[in-house]
Write a protein that binds this ligand. Structure first.
Ligand SMILES: CC(C)(COP(=O)(O)OP(=O)(O)OC[C@H]1O[C@@H](n2cnc3c(N)ncnc32)[C@H](O)[C@@H]1OP(=O)(O)O)[C@@H](O)C(=O)NCCC(=O)NCCS
Length: 162
């Protein structure tokens, strides 16, 4: 598994992740196809100005995009999110990619406590939080794309002193 910054050629992978009802079932539902190019352009801009990390997970020898891990600041906190395409799921890729991004964040030093809010029913994502060293803060209602979800709130401190 490798991680690299998002590139303009990732539009197809974005569409496959964000317009798929199953992939998006716990992230507010599928997004309209016509919004994806704009989303990618905004993500490319955040990578250029280094205000967020938008990492693509590249699966071993195939060099194919398997998913993404994003780390960004929102409402005054650092937040992480992840997705892995169906044909690459169940191989430990999300788990490995999240741990790698946390290691990069510790080395970088700017992100401090990193929060994650997987839906309470997202067993794999809650397992990732647990095994990657996050602590459970509690349960919270959160709104994604206009829909309200019950989520678990997890946090891991990547500050130098942690
Ligand atoms: C959630 C998702 C990223 C998992 O990706 P993945 O590459 O298949 O995950 P992994 O193979 O790394 O497995 C992650 C952990 O979940 C566990 N797991 C996987 N499927 C599971 C299931 N159905 N029930 C319980 N645990 C499960 C694995 O054992 C592993 O545990 P570990 O970290 O303790 O070893 C992927 O299914 C996905 O993108 N789903 C749609 C989008 C989404 O829900 N994103 C997350 C929003 S917070």
């Amino acid at each position: 598994m490798l991680l690299r910054d998002v590139e303009p050629a990732d539009l197809d992978a974005y569409v496959r992740m964000r317009c798929d009802p199953v992939m998006m079932s716990e992230l507010g539902g599928p997004q309209p196809r016509e919004r994806i190019a704009g989303q990618l352009a905004r993500d490319l801009e955040t990578v250029r100005d280094d205000s967020a990390w938008i990492k693509m997970i590249v699966a071993g020898a195939s060099a194919r995009v398997a998913g993404t891990v994003t780390l960004y600041r929102q409402e005054g906190i650092s937040e992480i999110g992840w997705m892995v395409l169906p044909e690459f799921q169940g191989r430990g890729l999300a788990s490995q990619a999240v741990r790698t991004v946390l290691d990069l964040a510790r080395a970088d030093g700017r992100w401090g406590p990193i929060h994650a809010f997987p839906s309470t029913t997202n067993a794999a994502s809650n397992a990732i939080c647990r095994s990657a060293g996050f602590s459970l803060v509690g349960q919270e209602e959160r709104t994604f794309a206009g829909r309200v979800f019950q989520t678990r709130h997890w946090v891991v401190d990547t500050s130098a002193h942690a």
